[in-house]
Design a protein around this ligand. Structure first.
Ligand code: ATP
Ligand code: MG
Length: 324
């Protein structure tokens, strides 16, 4: 019966899922679906319940309430089936440092029952994909973080799972390695693999097909990046290119029409009801305050703007709060 379920359009179905640790509720009645072949991004500040959710969906942590299925298997009653059929890259890459690249792949292949020709084929695929060809005999301990990350992904997909969970796979990895890593994820999604990935990087979130945003154990937004932008930003965003300082931020916060202002990279963003109406008065206000060499212009809201808006934090942008 479950083999039939594997043909489902939905790879993950979550209904009212709860996880408590003692009296503390880490995951609080969440519900969402993930479609087959989708890259689903799961975002939220530190401690919001992302890893706890993933561990329940991977069948390694029992839920306290609600239900969920992954590839048609029930997480409460068919955890063993789930573990066999998914790939899981944990927040700490679970590689053996004292084994070589080749030995790690043998080890993980063995866990999933691969041997002989099939193991050789899969190892070859993974080494090619990860760009680790020729480095098979290097000790894992000697690989840089970016290469370890590729090997960890390779180990997680050695058995060709249809569904892969990745918990902050790119934390602490340089931008070029992150991009290369995402190229591998796209290839996998195009080949029909469903990916559930947590990240604190907004550029990565932009590249997901759909996003869920979790805060204090609850899902507070769900949708495509564009849907989130149009639904959760009421009004407009103006970008002020200025020498960023607390003084500039204070002045902009007090400018007419500004609902909220926050540092945004090397600029400051302000949330206003109407950029057309409010940009000029902000300019005048800054000039009156003695600021020079600045410009004010309307910009498309980014996901970071969405999250600042969702969290209703006054001056701390999401990125500054929770980036590793
Ligand atoms: N085994 C546990 N026992 C007690 N509390 C736990 C346990 N595991 C997680 N928690 C708590 O549950 C909450 C959610 O933790 P979780 O690891 O899911 O957060 P997260 O969103 O993955 O955070 P991060 O971005 O830092 O990885 C936190 O307050 C955490 O301290
Ligand atoms: Mg986590």
């Amino acid at each position: 019966m479950n083999s039939a379920n594997n043909g489902f359009e939905k790879s993950i179905v979550v209904n009212g899922l709860v996880r408590k640790f003692g009296s503390f509720t880490a995951v609080d009645n969440i519900s969402f679906d993930v479609m087959r072949g989708e890259i689903f991004g799961f975002l939220g500040p530190n401690g919001s319940g992302k890893s706890t959710t993933i561990r329940m969906l991977c069948g390694i942590l029992e839920p306290s309430g609600g239900s969920a299925s992954v590839l048609g298997y029930d997480i409460a009653t068919q955890a063993e089936e789930i573990k066999k059929h998914i790939g899981y890259m944990s927040q700490k890459f679970s590689l053996y440092d004292d084994l070589t690249v080749n030995e790690n792949l043998d080890f993980f292949g063995g866990i999933y029952g691969l041997k002989g020709q099939r193991l050789a084929e899969r190892k070859n695929f993974v080494l090619e994909m990860a760009g680790l060809k020729g480095r098979e005999n290097e000790l894992t301990a000697n690989l840089s973080t970016g290469w370890k990350q590729r090997l960890a992904l390779g180990s997680a997909i050695i058995h060709e799972p249809k569904m892969v969970f990745l918990d902050e796979p790119t934390a602490g990895v340089d931008p070029v390695s992150r991009r290369n890593f995402w190229d591998m994820l796209y290839q996998m999604a195009e080949a029909g693999t469903t990916l559930f990935v947590t990240t604190h990087y907004m550029d990565e979130a932009e590249h997901c097909h759909r996003l869920g945003f979790i805060y204090q154990g609850r899902i507070i937004a769900l949708g495509t990046p564009d849907q989130l932008r149009s639904k959760h930003i009421r009004g407009d965003i103006v970008e002020i290119a200025i020498d960023t300082s607390q003084e500039a931020l204070q002045a902009i916060s007090k400018a007419p029409g500004v609902e909220e202002a926050y540092f945004y990279g090397a600029t400051i963003h302000a949330k206003v009801a109407s950029a057309e109406r409010d940009a000029k008065p902000i300019e005048r206000h800054l000039a009156n305050q003695g600021f020079k060499n600045f410009s004010v212009q309307a910009v498309q809201p980014s996901l970071e703007d969405v999250f600042v808006s969702l969290m209703e934090w006054d001056v701390v942008p999401y990125s500054q709060f929770s980036f590793d």
